[in-house]
Ligand binder design. Structure first.
Ligand code: NAD
Ligand code: MG
Length: 393
């Protein structure tokens, strides 16, 4: 039976977005699937978005950045593809009639389009982890209201999803979230100060967007993933453990009360989890090479180090504190990572800025209210910007 879907890709020009579109193209070409692309969105890269929209015969293309609107209109002139610019246009894309929506925008900027797609009941292939970290309660409420499914794309969460017994969550002893450890796993803290953006984005196992690559280098990515796992799976947060596994072959594990540990393994290629969410609960072939275990030879494991990688502590503590603190942490980290990528602060300043914002935050309201989340996010961004200005002062 051919897989038939109408799909929208939010964040189509990014690493996960283009992986998704390549898989769709290959699946259609191999007659494994009959997938129609409804809408594609990007932030400001109008040229690439237009090329993707033409190649995939999308119905609608939207850029978030209004300044990129005229370039998108030019690039799509005469194609018959409808287009728009601005946040509202991205939300409109999410609202269109597609049963499966890839949420692959980076950062909390993806919240409103994600909520729009979830509320109308689309199945959400969920990559945009910052949305759960920032607005987990609102996202889960929107999914419940819409009645669609939340299918994790993040490789660790996709692995857990594949082996988690949702009918007997009380039989889960712990979730073991594996981490590659990033490019600086073996570096001592003092040598981390001089890390450049180019060094930080060169991940040993995965090719990804710039922000998540820096998060992997600081290990904030694993911190965000701990929070993501706490929202996605009905296992108490204390039972989520992080384990460093530098080879990135085991993508995560679930340990059951009888001593059985179930894991999902695969090559470090996002095509695999994307395919899993596209076909779920079925499976489709992908062009990914089978794992060669003899070539891998050895798999090793280490305890994570919260001293060298304070982002792990920040995420654990803000999850424990609960409420709006994970939103505060996420916003501070987003601003700090951007400043690092732009050469305005050093690598170790990222954690320093996040600690500062967490210590000074006084968020008001509750995490179930989107307005409170957005204002905690905005206040933390402002505190981070002021801190950066002072560091550069
Ligand atoms: P990326 O930077 O390569 O792409 C991000 C996409 O979002 C682009 O299409 C960009 O145009 C769009 N975008 C950026 N800012 C926007 C804004 N303000 N409004 C609307 N659109 C905006 O990022 P990526 O590596 O593809 O990651 C996307 C998400 O998936 C992130 O949340 C990341 O943590 C998560 N993720 C990525 C990977 C990976 O392998 N890359 C793995 C797991 C999870
Ligand atoms: Mg991951």
């Amino acid at each position: 039976m051919t897989l038939s879907r109408r799909v929208t890709v939010l964040g189509a020009t990014g690493s996960v977005g283009t992986t998704t579109l390549s898989l769709i193209e290959a699946s259609n070409a191999a007659c494994e699937a009959d997938i129609e692309v409804v809408a594609l969105t990007a932030n400001s890269n109008a040229k690439e978005l237009a090329e993707l929209a033409i190649a995939h015969r999308a119905e609608f293309a939207a850029v978030c950045d209004e300044a990129a609107g005229p370039a998108l209109a030019d690039a799509l002139a005469g194609t018959g593809i409808r287009h728009g610019a601005g946040v509202e246009a991205v939300i409109e894309a999410a609202m269109m009639d597609a049963g499966w929506v890839m949420a692959a925008i980076v950062g909390a900027a993806g919240i409103q389009p994600l909520l729009a797609a979830a509320t109308r009941g689309a199945d959400i292939a969920f990559a945009n982890k910052e949305c759960l970290v920032c607005a987990g309660d609102a996202v889960l409420a929107a999914v419940a209201k819409g009645g669609g499914r939340l299918l994790p794309v993040d490789s660790e969460h996709n692995a857990i999803f594949q082996v988690y017994d949702f009918e007997r969550p009380e039989r889960v002893r712990r979730i073991i979230l594996t981490a590659s450890g990033g490019p600086f796993r073996e570096r001592c803290r003092t040598t981390l100060a001089g890390i450049t953006p180019a060094e930080a984005v060169a991940h040993p196992n995965w090719t990804m967007g710039a922000k998540i690559s820096v998060d992997s280098a600081t290990m904030m990515n694993k911190g965000l993933e701990r929070i993501e796992a706490a929202y996605l799976f009905p296992t108490p947060k204390e039972k989520i453990e992080i384990l460093v596994h530098p080879q990135s072959v085991i993508h995560s594990m679930v340990d059951y009360v009888d001593g059985s540990v179930l894991a999902q393994l695969g090559p470090p290629d996002m095509t695999v989890p994307v395919a899993s969410t596209l076909a779920w609960p079925d499976r489709i072939p992908t062009p990914v090479e089978p794992l060669d275990f003899a070539k891998i030879g050895t798999m090793t494991f280490e305890t994570p180090d919260e001293e060298r990688f304070p982002a792990l502590r920040q995420a654990r503590e803000s999850l424990d504190e609960g409420g709006l603190m994970t939103a505060v942490m996420n916003a501070a980290n987003e601003v700090a990572v951007e400043a690092f990528l732009n050469g305005h602060i050093g690598f170790l300043d990222i954690a320093e800025i996040t600690d500062h914002c967490l210590a000074s935050a006084r968020p008001e309201g509750v995490s179930t209210e989107l307005e409170a989340v957005l204002s905690a996010d905005a206040a933390s961004r402002e505190a981070a910007r002021q801190r950066i200005a002072r560091l550069n002062g």
